[in-house]
Design a protein around this ligand. Structure first.
Ligand code: ADP
Length: 783
């Protein structure tokens, strides 16, 4: 087509802003620009001609949403490819303001029209713009805002929606909300229809209140329970949310806007952290070890019950520093200043303090030994922000240790001062311990004994016995036996050994312990003792033999005695009758004879016969006393005495003697009457017999008292008396005082013997020429 210069003028004047471009993609060189275009883009022709369209109209870097350049490129490429006109929808195309870096916002409808030659090849592209910037700018921005709202609405990370009317009908709800409640197709339905479970939770009421009052309700981390899977199982959801009344153009409330953020995961995670923190706190609280946590300044943040018990006080949290105890001391007792406490050093130097023993003083003055172990703790950047300290009360174990030490000392003392040797060996029979006493017994030093085999201290014979015993010991047997060792000087040492096997914790034999007593001396003494014992036994045997013999002779003697008694009795008895007959015959001679010599001889015969009769009577009494059993009866004391006195007072010798009888018979007296009479007859007849020949004042007194226990009697005379030198003798058998030819010497012997049988006794008080008193005591043998 021939070039017609008019066409250029016509083009220049066309009202639609237009540009002619070459189809030289991707540059799209500008070859012609009309006036309207120059006006629209506020440029001169020379600024544009020959330049690529995108070179002169680049993208506005300040509007990242703008897609003007991209849209235009797509459109131009479409025109080249399809050789058809492309009508672009309303475009925002920002125009650079020449000489600045700024852009001017422009809106327009754009058409790109291919200009083809005869061969249907595109020679140019007419890019024509209908600038609607003024009219369309508002409309466009509205559109854009709507688009933005939609984007926000659908892509917002929060749930949102609109409820309409008093029944809260869903008008709008974004996908996130639908996801939250687990429902779709809710638009047009009421909240009650979609989420009936919310009624019981008071949410519907809340919506009513917001709708009626117009007041916004907001809450954080409020718990909602949604029937998310529509199976009746409610799922917990924590929401931060706002219900806000929506007003129409007239200002009346016509609905509610809601915004909610699902913070369930956050809340649950936090709850988990809280729970784990609580658990940790509880754990720390109940730890049996005193635990305290301080901040960088040392202020106590956390402490537990065990710490309070250790300190004896409750610290002021965030106020008291470091340990929490009243006072701190070093192990040696020196006070520790706060800034030098192990905790302070741990913080300052940012290092773990190795276990250290300190002394904590409580307010009541009690001190406890504590093992502490401060460990600093750091924040995520590694900076020390505090210190954790744990303290173990070791007072008791220290005391126990002390007690153990003392007890060990005591045992050591016992072992060392023991009077028995102590010998410990290992399983190889090697000596591992000996005390001083054992060294003393065997004459070795401890060093000489340690490590030595036990057989070293034995001779060949004992080695064999020991070998057998050791085997038994290994099998767990304890022993007690006498055993021979050889001392360092080669002497035999006899010992008594009690030994026990020793086993380790697994019950395996690990050696033995023996207590050794030196019995060498005892053995010798024992030997002597055995000898002595033997001799003694022989002597005893001899004595027993003799005793048996004696006992036999005794029996014989008793038998003979009895026979003798019987003989004496029968002889005495039989002798008396011929004597009585002789006396009768003598009486005849006296009557018939006037011979003075004969009468004198008869008188002498009578006296001799009387003496003989007296003698026989005495022997009879003696014999009776031995033979007759002691028969006890009540004795009328006064009566018996009176009868005896009566029978003697008329004899010749009794002439001129006054008899005084004074018996206080208060209690009945029991004894053997016959013997009682014998005793009294003898004593009374003696008193008469051995009286003086004084003309006057002669007396014989009988006094006595009886009580439940005994009878006391006194027979007293003022006769010739007895010299004290004979007092003991007169009770002997056949003893007569010198010069006495009358008596038999049997009377007092019989009295003594008889009183012995009657459980009585006799005493004499007598002086020659003064008189005699016999005191008798007789046991009252009452039944
Ligand atoms: P007998 O009278 O038969 O000689 P006794 O044994 O009765 O034997 O007495 C021993 C002696 O004690 C008597 O010989 C007498 O000398 C002396 N004797 C005993 N009783 C009295 C008495 N009451 N007064 C003085 N002498 C007495």
């Amino acid at each position: 087509m021939p070039y017609n210069p008019q066409f250029k003028s016509i083009f220049q004047l066309t009202p639609a802003p237009s540009v002619i471009l070459l189809p030289d993609a991707p540059k799209f060189t500008i070859v012609a620009v009309n006036n309207a275009y120059l006006e629209t883009v506020n440029a001169a022709e020379k600024d544009l001609i020959g330049k690529g369209v995108f070179e002169v109209f680049p993208e506005n870097p300040e509007d990242r949403l703008s897609k003007g350049v991209e849209n235009l490129r797509n459109s131009l490429n479409f025109v080249i490819a399809e050789k058809e006109t492309d009508k672009m929808p309303l475009q925002k195309y920002d125009i650079p303001i020449r000489g600045t870096t700024k852009f001017k916002v422009k809106y327009g409808h754009v058409q790109n029209i291919p200009i083809k030659d005869d061969s249907n090849n595109i020679t140019h592209i007419l890019h024509s713009v209908e600038d609607v910037t003024d009219n369309k700018q508002l409309e466009f921005s509205l559109e854009t805002e709507k688009q933005r709202f939609n984007d926000l609405y659908f892509q917002a990370p929060s749930c949102m929606g609109i409820l309409k009317g008093p029944n809260h009908v869903y008008e709008l709800a974004n996908p996130l909300y639908l996801e939250l409640i687990g429902a779709k197709d809710i638009i047009g339905k009421t909240v009650k229809e979609v989420l009936p479970e919310l009624e019981a939770q008071g949410i519907l009421k809340l919506l009513d209140t917001v709708y009626e009052s117009g007041e916004t309700f907001s809450a954080n981390e409020m718990l909602f329970k949604f029937d998310h899977y529509r199976n009746g199982e409610l799922v917990d959801k924590y929401l931060n949310f706002i219900y806000q009344a929506n007003r129409n153009s007239e200002g009346t409330i016509d609905g509610i806007l809601f915004f909610a953020t699902d913070v369930t995961e956050l809340v649950l995670a936090r709850k988990k952290i809280e729970e784990s923190e609580k658990r940790y706190k509880e754990l720390i609280q109940n730890l049996p070890i005193a635990t305290v946590c301080s901040d960088f300044e040392g202020r106590i943040l956390i402490y537990n019950k065990a710490a309070v018990a250790m300190w004896g006080r409750e610290p002021d949290i965030e106020k008291d520093k470091w340990c929490g105890s009243w006072k701190l001391y070093c192990k040696d007792g020196n006070p520790i200043p706060d800034e030098l406490s192990p905790m302070a050093i741990g913080i300052k130097e940012g290092r773990k303090i190795p276990a250290e023993e300190i002394i904590v003083e409580r307010p009541n003055g009690v001190k406890v030994n504590v093992l502490i172990n401060p460990v600093p703790y750091k924040d995520s950047s590694g900076k020390v922000i505090g210190i954790v300290n744990m303290g173990i009360d070791i007072t008791e174990s220290k005391n126990t240790e002390k007690i153990l030490r003392e007890s060990e000392k005591k045992y050591r003392q016992i072992v060392e001062t023991a009077q028995e040797g102590i010998w410990v060996i290992d399983k190889e029979n090697k000596t591992t311990f000996v005390n001083n006493k054992l060294c003393e017994i065997l004459g070795y030093s401890q060093d000489e004994m340690l490590g030595k085999d036990i057989y070293f201290f034995m001779d060949d014979d004992t080695k064999q016995i020991a070998g057998k015993l050791m085997q038994k010991k290994k099998e767990g047997f304890s022993d007690q036996l006498q055993f021979k060792y050889i001392s360092k000087s080669g002497k035999e040492v006899w010992t008594h050994i009690s030994s026990n096997p020793l086993f380790d914790e697994a019950g395996i034999y690990k050696g033995g312990l023996a207590m050794v007593t030196d019995i060498t001396e005892r053995r010798n003494t024992d030997e002597k003792l055995r000898k002595l014992n033997k001799e003694l036994a022989e002597q005893i045997e001899e004595k027993e033999k003799r005793a048996a013999e004696l006992s036999f002779s005794n029996k014989e003697l008793v038998k003979t005695n009895k026979e003798l008694d019987r003989f004496v009795y029968s002889v005495s008895h039989d002798l008396r009758s011929p004597l009585t007959s002789i006396l009768g015959l003598i009486s005849f001679i006296e009557e018939d004879s006037n011979e003075p010599d004969t009468l004198e001889h008869i008188k002498m015969i009578r006296a001799s016969i009387n003496r003989l009769d007296g003698f026989i009577k005495n022997i009879l009494s003696y014999s009776q006393n031995n033979r007759i059993e002691l028969e006890t009866q009540k004795i009328p004391i006064k009566k018996t005495i009176n009868e005896i006195v009566y029978s003697v007072r008329n004899i010749k010798e009794a002439n001129g003697i006054s008899f005084e009888i004074d018996i206080d018979e208060q209690y009945p007296f029991y004894s053997n009457w016959h013997r009682f009479s014998t005793v009294l007859e003898n004593l009374v007849s003696n008193s008469i017999k051995y009286h003086t020949n004084k003309a006057s004042g002669r007396y014989l007194k009988l006094t006595g008292t009886s009580d439940p226990e005994e009878l006391k009697l006194s027979i007293s005379d003022n006769g010739i008396g007895i010299d004290p030198e004979f007092h003991d003798k007169i009770f002997e058998m056949f003893y007569r005082l010198p010069g006495n030819t009358e008596g038999t010497g049997l009377g007092l012997y019989i009295v003594k013997e008889t009183l012995d049988k009657m459980q009585g006794n006799i005493e004499i008080q007598s002086e020659k020429g003064v008189g005699t008193t016999f005191n008798i005591r007789l046991k009252n043998l009452k039944v």
